[in-house]
Write a protein that binds this ligand. Structure first.
Ligand code: SF4
Length: 733
């Protein structure tokens, strides 16, 4: 088998941006031999699903009605997820790059090349010159294994994961405010809330099954506030919609809290007994009266007051946010500003009262807990904390001094490849060429690597730059666990074995570790062995799974951490008893003065560009762009814009437009909608090549979480082919 090693643009021109796989593989659906209860792989809700299996192929699905989170319901992605199995693009054997393209090879040859490259690069340039990038859709077992592999077998500090592009701002804010990084409540608390704030969360498209929880809250009488620059589907059923100007969330939260304090809608007793820092907050938000907040955020003062009137005196309430708040150079500040609204009311740690961050990646929660982040060791431990380092060093039986310290985060690793500090890369289930901002720089960086090994199940756009491609496993081809966005660890069950010569991912990583001479440290025979070790490694840590095992997880349809002992039932709701996870048991307030995005609009680039998902696609699209019915729903990226801004540049619905930023330009059809602010355009980010939204976005990072600013940068738009001075400027009033 030879697959041409084409440059990405050339590949797309020749084969098209999507490799289309039609309904039911063109034949009649065979009768299943078995049904396997597992979970959907396409978002952090992890809906229960039964996969139908025939002759070692997934051929369909049935609802799994007993699983309590989705009770048999599935969204458009969930009902088509089975179609990725048996796909003709599936990688069936390891491959190596040759002058002719990619050639299939044997496992020994492929793995020995990888190991030789690791030895060569680390001997010449130091341990940290070889980096590792992991995915947040991988199982907990793989996340743990990859972290241990990097620290013990490679001894590199430079390991990070693609959750760095997703939930890390919320994670850092949760840790700072509550002392622990997890949503505070199970989703079953949402319908009990009498007021909901949903900020920067396109629930209907990104976590569709959670819409049902919000509708149930509404049916129970809840008032719903939605904050977003776009009137997303969930906003259309809200009681109050606040169309915030992109990049202004912290100011808006300050403004709402200003009114709450002024009207006395805060719980002084709770604040006094269970928190620290309220005086600093009240000092900062004093500077955000409604008129000032309106001027910054674009949200009418009367709506800011109305939000406070709904939220302030509510009997019960929950605040939910997602990437719209977090994907900013002040993502952590935005999240903490919203958390202030929760803490000020004291409504947390009881039924229907609390806070949650909605995780978009399949294992967005678990993927960030078990040590594949550069600043973290298993059990959510801090890699810079001497006690945490000693615990894990003893557990792994390595000298503490040999465990690397904090290295580079995901985008910084790409920067370091660009400037030559990093020469070798092993990546698994991560497609940075599509998912990291400023894609032309990422492409150039990948081309500079002395060696690149990529583990994946489909040849992603990034994998086309690899020297060695190792055919790994789809979710349904392996056993393991993932942890849902509400903190519930659930079991994934293997439905089929990998096809051809492909292998399960964890076996590949273990094989490389053993070839590097670390047989004893990587003794696993089955994923359950890794889970047992992961659970023991987490004992006493911030993220404690030590009371869990596969049998208990299955019996209970998932267990919420912390679960510190065998008899412990797990912890669906955190902070009951109003005790937070800081040593003094108190939550931390902190407010921030508003500061603008890294790149704000100006005369040259007068429109805000914001990016995000559509319901039929998942992340970089490496899986969902191959499933025909999902492609049909939204075949290519569109530029969503308001008719007012379109009229200014003479564009009608469907016309091709050129969207330009200081980093690049793309040409895509315009989609005119009245549901977006007139000063803002939206482009979804699931596509590669010349229409990739991440050719436009800004790789500026939050200083704490190191998340890039996907949700706001300055752009200009004109009709494709029109002269540069045809880009219109539109005000939002
Ligand atoms: Fe899958 Fe998420 Fe849809 Fe559930 S909501 S079916 S987990 S994509």
């Amino acid at each position: 088998m030879a697959i041409p090693a084409l440059e990405e643009r050339e590949f797309i021109e020749r084969f098209g941006p999507t490799l289309h796989y039609g309904p039911m593989h063109g034949g009649e659906r065979p009768k299943p031999d078995t049904h396997v209860r597992t979970h959907c792989c396409f978002c952090g809700v992890q809906c229960g699903i039964q996969l139908e299996v025939h002759d070692n192929k997934v051929v369909g699905f049935e609802p799994w009605e007993e699983f309590p989170v989705n009770r048999g319901m599935l969204c458009p992605k969930g009902v088509k997820r089975y179609m990725q199995n048996g796909h003709p693009d599936r990688l069936l054997a390891p491959m190596v790059r040759t002058p002719r393209g990619f050639d299939a090879t044997g496992w020994d040859d492929a793995l020995n090349r990888t190991v030789a490259a690791i030895h060569r690069i680390q001997a010449r340039h130091g341990k940290d010159a070889f980096a590792v990038l992991g995915g947040a859709s991988m199982t907990n077992e793989k996340a743990y294994l990859l972290g241990k592999f990097a620290r013990v077998a490679l001894k590199t500090a430079n390991i990070d994961y693609n959750g760095r592009l997703c939930m890390v701002s919320a994670g850092a804010a949760n840790k700072a405010a509550f002392g622990v990084d997890r949503s505070a409540n199970p989703w079953s608390d949402i319908p009990l809330a009498r007021a909901l704030i949903i900020s920067g969360a396109n629930v209907g498209e990104c976590f569709p099954i959670l819409t049902d929880y919000i509708w149930r809250a509404r049916d129970n009488g809840a008032k719903i506030i939605v904050i977003d620059p776009r009137m997303t589907p969930i906003a259309r059923t809200a009681d109050l919609f606040l169309p915030v100007r992109p990049g202004r969330d912290s100011a808006l939260a300050n403004g709402i809290l200003h009114v709450m304090i002024e009207r006395g809608w805060i719980d002084r007793e709770f604040i006094e007994a269970h928190t620290v820092g309220f005086d600093q907050v009240s000092g900062v938000v004093a500077g955000y009266p409604p008129d000032v907040t309106e001027a910054v955020t674009g949200v009418p003062a009367s709506s800011i007051v109305r939000a406070a009137e709904i939220w302030g005196p509510a009997e019960t309430s929950m605040l939910l946010h997602a990437r719209g708040v977090e994907h900013h150079t002040k993502g952590v500040e935005n999240c903490r500003s919203y958390i202030n609204l929760v803490l000020a009311t004291g409504r947390i740690g009881r039924p229907g009262c609390g806070y949650g961050t909605l995780t978009g990646q399949g294992n967005g929660q678990g993927g960030r807990e078990h040590g594949q982040r550069t600043n973290q060791l298993p059990g959510g431990r801090d890699i810079e904390n001497p006690e945490d380092r000693r615990f894990i060093a003893d557990f792994w039986q390595v000298p503490e001094a040999e465990i690397p310290h904090t290295g580079l985060t995901a985008c910084e690793i790409i920067d370091a490849i660009e400037d030559g500090r990093i020469r070798g890369l092993l990546s698994i289930s991560f497609n940075p060429l599509v998912s990291i901002p400023d894609a032309d720089r990422t492409r150039a960086a990948l081309g500079r690597l002395e060696h690149f090994t990529c583990i994946d199940f489909f040849l992603s756009e990034t994998a086309r730059y690899a020297d060695v491609v190792l055919a790994g496993s789809l979710q349904e081809e392996d056993d393991g666990t993932v942890t849902t966005g509400e903190g519930r660890c659930v079991r994934l069950r293997q439905a089929v074995t990998p096809p051809g010569e492909a292998r399960v991912d964890w076996e590949i990583i273990v094989d490389i570790a053993r070839r590097l001479g670390y047989d004893e440290q990587f003794p696993y025979a089955i994923p359950k062995d890794i889970f047992r070790e992961l659970a023991r490694a987490s004992a006493g840590g911030n993220v404690d799974y030590s009371g869990m095992d596969y049998a208990r997880i299955e019996e209970n349809m998932g267990i919420f951490w912390p679960c510190p002992s065998r008899g412990h039932p797990g912890t669906p709701r955190l902070f009951e008893g109003r005790r937070f996870h800081h040593p003094d048991g108190r939550a931390r307030f902190q407010a921030f003065e508003y500061r603008p995005p890294a790149e704000d609009v100006d005369a040259e680039y007068p429109l805000f560009l914001t990016t995000g998902r559509v319901v039929s696609q998942y992340l970089s699209g490496n899986q969902t762009r191959r499933i025909g019915p999902l492609v049909d729903q939204y075949p290519e990226p569109l530029c969503e814009m308001h008719p007012l801004s379109a009229a200014r540049i003479g564009v009608a619905d469907g016309d091709p437009v050129r969207v330009e930023t200081r980093r690049g330009a793309i040409e895509v059809p315009a989609r005119l909608v009245r549901t977006i602010r007139p000063d803002t355009v939206f482009v979804p980010y699931h596509w590669p090549g010349p229409k990739s939204a991440n050719l436009l976005t800004n790789r500026a990072l939050d200083p704490v979480s190191k998340i890039p600013e996907f949700k706001v940068c300055a752009c200009r738009v004109r009709r494709a082919g029109a002269s540069a001075d045809a880009s219109g400027t539109v005000s939002d009033d």
